[in-house]
Design a protein around this ligand. Structure first.
Ligand code: UT7
Length: 321
């Protein structure tokens, strides 16, 4: 029996940090409103020369370095993004080229803010079935390019960034590291609560992000609590055995509400939304890498990843670091 084990993590942020105070020059908002309603204090915004591919490649380099392996051992790259550099080819193929990888498969996965969970589950399936042996799973976004900078209800919420994990196929060891259980869900009925109002085959434009935030919030808390329960059941793990939860970083109040619903102490939840805002598919690996590098997530820890986003799509994955 094979399991997908995390060999290393990495992340990357654009050079420019933008505070809430700086946004008050663009839209009618305030630091107080943003902090109170979302927990966000800062976000990073990509310059022209910083793209989804460049951020993804930087994060991938750091993950490979942390894993202590060469890019030439990678035979699968799955990149989660809703903001690719081009409509095609897949941004994953550009990351592959920049890393100097010339073998294996590389493709993008689109599930918006849940994209990293979808990409991780895809790579995990490839490794467990022997389709690949070493995978690079990346979440990378430049949401600043699809924000309506005149819409205060959305433009203050998002930021740019990337995170990556290197996975290796290893024989299962009892109580050893690896991905233990994953569940993914989608429900296209809620498409109009969070979407982009453009597209290649409809308007022929890129479009801007539109969201009915309050309704998304309500669905997020219910769906996340449910999928977390499913994954715990699948793995036969009790909630108090979890060392860390690494949630999608959309809103500090969603993180609090989900933790409360599950009976999880708040100090087990990794929170980076204050520093990075909502980076969509990048937020889970970015938060994971932050917590590995600051010494919170240690080898052997039981870690739950979870996310919910446009579609709706949502999912969770339990792993031992
Ligand atoms: O990543 C994918 C998943 N996305 C999410 O999970 C997002 C989920 N939703 C949320 O995080 C929250 O719903 C928001 C942060 C988007 C909004 O917070 P809220 O507490 O639900 O506020 P609201 O939308 O009900 O708006 C309350 C008030 C409104 O004014 P009125 O109608 O009460 O007079 C808004 O116009 O706040 C106003 N408002 C703002 N005021 C200052 C909305 N945006 C702003 C702003 N600055 N930036």
């Amino acid at each position: 029996m094979i399991r997908s084990v995390i060999l290393g993590s990495g992340s990357a942020l654009p050079r420019q940090a933008v505070s809430n105070a700086e946004l008050t020059a663009r839209v009618d908002t305030s630091d107080e409103w943003i902090v109170e309603r979302t927990g966000i204090r800062n976000r990073y915004i990509a310059a022209e020369d910083e793209t989804t591919v460049s951020l993804a490649t930087d994060a991938a380099h750091r993950a490979l370095e942390a894993a202590g392996i060469g890019a030439d051992t990678i035979d699968l790259i799955v990149l989660a993004t809703a903001t690719p550099d081009q409509t095609f080819p897949a941004s994953a193929t550009q990351v592959q080229h920049r890393l100097g990888v010339t073998r294996g498969a590389a493709f993008d996965v689109a599930a918006v803010c849940s994209g990293f969970l979808y990409a991780l589950a895809t790579a995990d399936s490839f490794l467990r079935t022997g389709m690949a042996t070493r995978a690079l799973v990346v979440g990378a976004e430049t949401f600043s390019r699809i924000l309506d900078w005149e819409d205060r209800t959305t433009c203050v919420l998002f930021g740019d960034g990337a995170g990556a994990l290197v996975l290796g196929a290893q024989d299962v060891v009892e109580d050893g590291p690896g991905i233990l259980a994953t569940r993914l869900h989608a429900d296209g009925a809620h498409n109009q609560l969070l979407y982009v109002d453009g597209g290649v085959s409809t308007t022929g434009t890129v479009g801007k992000l539109r969201m009915k935030g309050r309704e998304v919030f309500r669905h997020a808390v219910v769906n996340l609590a449910e999928v977390l329960g499913e994954v715990l059941d699948d793995a036969g793990v009790a909630v108090d055995e979890i060392d860390w939860v690494v949630p999608h970083q959309a809103n500090a109040r969603i993180l609090d509400a989900t933790a409360r619903k599950l009976g999880l102490p708040a100090d087990k939840v990794i929170v980076t939304v204050d520093r990075h805002a909502n980076t969509s598919a990048a937020s889970v690996p970015l938060a994971y890498d932050t917590a590995v590098r600051d010494g919170r997530i240690k080898p052997g820890d039981l870690v739950m990843l979870e996310a919910m986003g446009g579609g709706f799509t949502w999912g969770a994955s339990l792993l031992r670091a």
